[in-house]
Design a protein around this ligand. Structure first.
Ligand SMILES: Nc1ncnc2c1ncn2[C@@H]1O[C@H](COP(=O)(O)OP(=O)(O)O)[C@@H](O)[C@H]1O
Ligand SMILES: [Mg+2]
Length: 251
């Protein structure tokens, strides 16, 4: 069973060395938890440390914003794109037809005139093949659900995840937590990683939890993580005790 490094310092050792190759892993948490950073770090680290090309699908933020925010961590997204190590697809969640201008060099695939999830998947397939991507990050699946009729959400999400499993890629998906109930994608993904943000007194405590990881003997405790100058760092030897934090403040 092949393993794929997470590119998050401290995380591989909680999941027996990395993600299971070709799995679909869900990263969930509230706004500001660090989901986007987690996934972009997976792609950038994959390229720079392991020479594994990646595809990024964005439905929430414009690529120009991603490029700007990535600089803060020292990640040069445009360079990776021009080296053909990274491809970026931007799809507006409400229409899949309205798009921001691509950056200068015009290297962001823009989904114009497409309206269905199937169209989006086709673009993903094309881009994955074009650069022989091994890593795929979709930020987020929440938007996919927004653009789908309520009664069809389960079917659309389930079909989308099934299709992703056939790709020769290890995929991260993000989804935002709105309610305490489970979302359909949490059942369907092979792995679920939750990024908690607790409030303790006046400060924030961030904790990562591996909710599930099929076929892996994974850690089950809450470990602190923080967002540092070079990205997210997990502290596998430290534990967050729930008694210490206000659960009511959990996102
Ligand atoms: N350089 C940095 N140092 C520390 N924290 C940062 C830095 N850049 C961003 N952050 C934190 O990361 C959060 C945004 O993370 P992001 O990945 O966009 O979260 P999400 O996608 O879950 O909404 C911000 O709210 C901020 O707290
Ligand atoms: Mg985000």
């Amino acid at each position: 069973m092949g393993k794929v490094k997470t590119a998050i310092p401290g995380l591989d050792e909680l999941i027996e060395g990395g993600y299971v190759e070709n799995d679909v892993i869900l990263v969930t948490g509230g706004p500001g938890a660090g989901k986007t950073t987690f996934g972009v770090q997976y792609l950038v680290g994959g390229i720079t440390a392991y020479n594994e090309p990646g595809v990024l699908v964005m439905t929430e933020e414009a690529p120009s914003r991603l490029i700007r925010d990535s600089w803060r961590f020292g990640w040069d997204i445009e360079r990776l794109i021009s080296q053909k190590k990274l491809m970026v697809i931007y799809a507006d969640p409400f229409k899949y037809t309205k798009f921001v201008k691509a950056p200068e060099k015009g290297q962001v695939s823009v989904l114009s005139g497409t309206k269905t999830v199937a169209d989006m998947f086709q673009q993903i397939q094309t881009d994955v093949a074009a650069i022989k991507a091994k890593r795929l990050f979709i930020d987020s699946i929440t938007s996919l659900k927004v653009s789908t009729e309520k009664s069809a959400v389960r079917q659309v999400v389930s079909e989308f995840i099934k299709n992703l499993e056939y790709l020769d890629c290890t995929t991260l998906l993000t989804s935002e937590i709105y309610a305490k109930t489970f979302n359909v994608e949490e059942y369907l993904a092979s792995g679920v990683i939750k990024l908690h943000v607790f409030r303790v007194g006046g400060s924030r405590v961030r904790a990562i939890e591996i909710l599930k990881m099929r076929g892996v003997k994974h850690d089950e405790t809450l470990h602190p993580y923080d967002i540092q100058e070079k990205g997210i760092v997990v502290h596998p030897n430290e534990v967050v005790m729930l008694d210490d934090v206000s659960i009511a403040g959990s996102k």
